[in-house]
Design a protein around this ligand. Structure first.
Ligand code: FHN
Length: 389
């Protein structure tokens, strides 16, 4: 877990056939998240499959994606190898329903991405939907093509899921983590056998909490739900920049940069990781509103990364106006609401205080820190504190 704990910030990528309809089906806007369009519009398997014939992401540039993650200050990248629609975005030998065999693109983008991540020092991780598979006759979730009562879910896990997990762990070099999802039907024995399989093939590969049944290396929060307080365990929150995960043409509800930065800080202050999603288009481009926000987060992290990476939850908790993180003997106070009265009252025995962004010292009297009249950084001014011993 060492790399994962130090990382604090990752890129999530939801990319698949659903980026083609991008929220529209037969001239109608389908409500909800984009990657769920097959279920929401009850699209028959035979019809949805046809999308593969159009999937040709000619503008896909693995290097640009890995570079963007790097610029954003993200340390790992988790991409959908197979989402609930069942379409495999990697070269699978156990089905032809994959990007190499079924699309005009006819290439494995995960190979390029693995190489690009290596080049840029980003850990590659794979999302894999182990329970829901709306294409496979025995997978969970599709009751409009298949009779749920006649499904052999055990067979699907044993013969299909395990074979594919083996493939994604054997074809792309070291994988940081397999990110499982929606484990509703998994028995304890099934969850356990998948964890064991992952570790047999790559002992250092992590497994997220959504493997189910209380297993996994860390807890996964609900989507977009940062816990209200620090937790006594490792955790991560998967989060969207707008509302959808998979690309949708009509979702323009982009969160502002200051909100995204504060969410990242909020996570770090409670000892958790922020896995922030992008949903590339069908031609392979990360939407510019996402890219520009990520670059801005990276700029902030260039100045303040010391207060995020490798830190743990800080001692000041539960105050609205600030957050805190800590590493070694240093406490990082993150001030969201700057005081107009020129002084910050901190419930700690502060010996020294300096602005992290430029190193300038702030005067300390008792537990109060003299503050400049206006916030040096209106999003989050970080003050590094040494405590009296
Ligand atoms: O159903 C999925 C959803 O499409 C998306 O992948 C998110 C990401 O955390 N996980 C599931 C819902 O929690």
């Amino acid at each position: 877990m060492t790399w994962w704990r130090a990382a604090r910030f990752g890129m999530f990528i939801h990319w698949g056939l659903y980026a083609i309809p991008a929220g529209q089906w037969r001239g109608q806007s389908i409500p909800g998240i984009g990657e769920w369009i097959m279920l929401r519009a009850r699209i028959p398997v035979r019809e949805y499959e046809q999308l593969a014939k159009q999937f040709n992401p000619t503008r896909f540039d693995a290097d640009a994606w890995a570079r963007l993650a790097k610029q954003a200050g993200q340390k790992y990248l988790t991409i959908t190898s197979k989402h609930h629609d069942g379409f495999c975005m990697f070269d699978s030998k156990v089905t032809d329903y994959d990007i190499v065999d079924a699309t005009p693109f006819a290439r494995d983008p995960m190979k390029d991405l693995a190489a690009a991540c290596q080049r840029h020092g980003i850990r590659l991780c794979f999302y894999y939907s182990q329970t829901q598979d709306w294409h496979h006759p025995n997978g969970d979730g599709n009751d409009w093509d298949y009779d749920e009562t006649r499904k052999d879910f055990d067979c699907y896990v044993d013969e299909y899921v395990k074979a594919q997990v083996r493939e994604i762990l054997s074809s792309y070099g070291p994988i940081g983590m397999i990110w499982f999802d929606t484990p509703k039907r998994m028995t304890l024995q099934q969850s356990r056998s998948l964890v064991d399989l992952v570790h047999d093939i790559q002992p250092d590969c992590l497994v997220n909490g959504r493997i189910g049944n209380g297993l996994g290396d860390y807890a996964e929060s609900r989507d977009n739900a940062i816990p209200g307080e620090r937790l006594g365990e490792d955790w991560e929150v998967p989060a969207t920049i707008n509302d959808t995960w998979g690309f949708k043409t009509d979702d323009h509800n982009w969160k502002p940069v200051d909100e995204l930065i504060r969410k990242l800080v909020d996570c770090a202050s409670k000892g958790g990781n922020y896995l922030l999603n992008v949903g590339p288009t069908a031609d392979g481009v990360i939407p510019e509103p996402s890219a520009e926000r990520l670059r801005a987060m990276g700029k902030w992290l260039e100045r303040n990364g010391e207060s995020i990476y490798g830190t743990h939850a800080g001692p000041v908790q539960g105050l609205d106006w600030c957050r805190s993180t800590a590493r070694g003997g240093t406490i990082y106070l993150h001030v969201f609401d700057w005081p107009s009265w020129g002084s910050l009252e901190v419930p700690l025995a502060v010996a020294k205080a300096r602005l992290l962004a430029d190193g300038s010292e702030l005067r300390v009297t008792d537990s109060a820190i003299s503050a400049p009249a206006s916030a040096p950084d209106p999003i989050d001014t970080v003050i590094a504190l040494d405590l009296r011993v």
